[in-house]
Design a protein around this ligand. Structure first.
Ligand SMILES: [Cu+2]
Length: 288
C-alpha cells in the first residue's frame, strides 16, 4: 500500500494543476461585470484586456457615466495604471471626412467599483450610417503609454416624450451644450436636478462653463401647459455641474423649459414661457 502514496500525490498534483488551468481559461468567457456593470466594448492589447463598462449596457446622446477596467492575463484588475481617453466621431460629409469630439471628463479611480476607473462622456450626436464614434484609450501600466481605439455605438436619446440633451447657439455667438444628469428617475414632487453645461470652443474642445445660471420651468403640454411648484434655478456646484430642483406636480409627460444666463443675468439661450410662447427654444423632456 505504501507504493500508492507517490501516485496519489501525483494525481492530486495533476488535479490541482488542471483546476488552476481551467480557472485561467474560463475567466475571459465568464460574465465578470462587477456589481451590475455591463461590458460595452473590450479589446486586447499588450497582453491586457481593456474593457469599457456602464450600468445600462448602452451609450446614448447626453451624459454617460462610463467605467474602464484593465485586466491582466489572470483576469485581475490593474489598479495602478495611468489612464486617459478621447471620444471622436468620424463623419462622412459629401465624400469628405470630418472629425469632432464632445465634452468628456478625465478618468479617476472609481469610489464605488474598486479596481475600475470612472469618468463621463457627453455624446453630442448619435451613431449613424454616416457617422461613427471611437473612444481612444491611452493607458500606462508602467512600460510606457499604449493607445487602443474602441469603437462604440451611441443611441439617440431624443424621442416624442424623452430628451436629455440639447444644444443651441447663444446670442453671444457661442454654442452651448446642456446634458441632464438628474433626475434620472423622475417622480411626483420636487426632484433634484443636475445638468452639465459646456461650450464649443473648437471641434475637440468643449470646456465646462463656469458661473452661469440655468433657469428651469417645467410644463405639461398635454394639460394646458400648466407648471408646478418647487423649482430652484440651477447654479454651479463645486463639482462643476449645475444643481437645483425641478417640480412635477403629477405623473405624465413634462417639458422642462430652460434658459441659460451668464454671470451678469443676460439670457444667452432660451426664452421665457408666456401666454403666447408655449415653450423655450431649449428644453429637456421626461415622461413617468
Ligand atoms: Cu457628428
Amino acid at each position: 500500500m505504501k507504493s500508492t502514496a507517490p501516485l496519489l500525490a501525483l494525481l492530486l498534483g495533476l488535479a490541482a494543476f488542471t483546476a488552476c488551468r481551467k480557472d485561467e481559461t474560463a475567466a475571459p468567457a465568464a460574465p465578470t461585470p462587477s456589481s451590475g456593470l455591463h461590458v460595452l466594448q473590450s479589446a486586447t492589447d499588450n497582453g491586457l484586456t481593456l474593457e469599457l463598462l456602464n450600468h445600462s449596457g448602452t451609450l446614448e446622446v447626453g451624459h454617460n457615466p462610463v467605467f474602464i477596467r484593465i485586466k491582466d492575463a489572470h483576469g485581475s484588475a490593474v489598479q495602478n495604471a495611468t489612464v486617459a481617453w478621447e471620444p471622436m466621431m468620424t463623419m462622412d460629409m459629401d465624400g469628405s471626412t470630418h472629425q469632432h469630439s464632445c465634452p468628456y471628463s478625465g478618468l479617476a479611480p472609481s469610489a464605488d467599483h474598486s479596481g475600475l476607473y470612472e469618468g463621463y462622456v457627453v455624446f453630442n450626436m448619435a451613431s449613424s450610417a454616416t457617422g461613427s464614434w471611437e473612444l481612444t484609450l491611452t493607458y500606462d501600466v508602467g512600460g510606457g503609454p499604449h493607445s487602443v481605439a474602441l469603437p462604440v455605438t451611441v443611441l439617440s436619446s431624443d424621442s416624442d416624450f424623452r430628451k436629455r440633451y440639447t444644444s443651441a447657439a447663444g446670442t453671444d455667438g457661442t454654442t452651448y451644450l446642456l446634458a441632464m444628469v438628474e433626475p434620472a428617475k423622475p417622480t411626483s414632487g420636487v426632484n433634484t436636478m443636475v445638468v452639465g453645461l459646456y461650450k464649443r470652443v473648437s471641434g475637440t474642445e468643449f470646456p465646462v462653463v463656469d458661473g452661469y445660471t440655468i433657469r428651469v420651468d417645467p410644463r405639461m403640454p398635454g394639460m394646458g401647459n400648466h407648471g408646478a411648484p418647487g423649482n430652484v434655478d440651477l447654479t454651479q456646484g463645486a463639482d462643476g455641474f449645475y444643481h437645483g430642483s425641478v417640480g412635477f406636480s403629477m405623473t405624465g409627460y413634462w417639458k422642462i423649459n430652460l434658459m441659460v444666463e451668464d454671470g451678469t443675468g443676460t439670457v444667452l439661450c432660451g426664452n421665457p414661457v408666456t401666454g403666447t410662447e408655449p415653450e423655450s427654444s431649449i428644453y429637456f423632456k421626461v415622461n413617468f
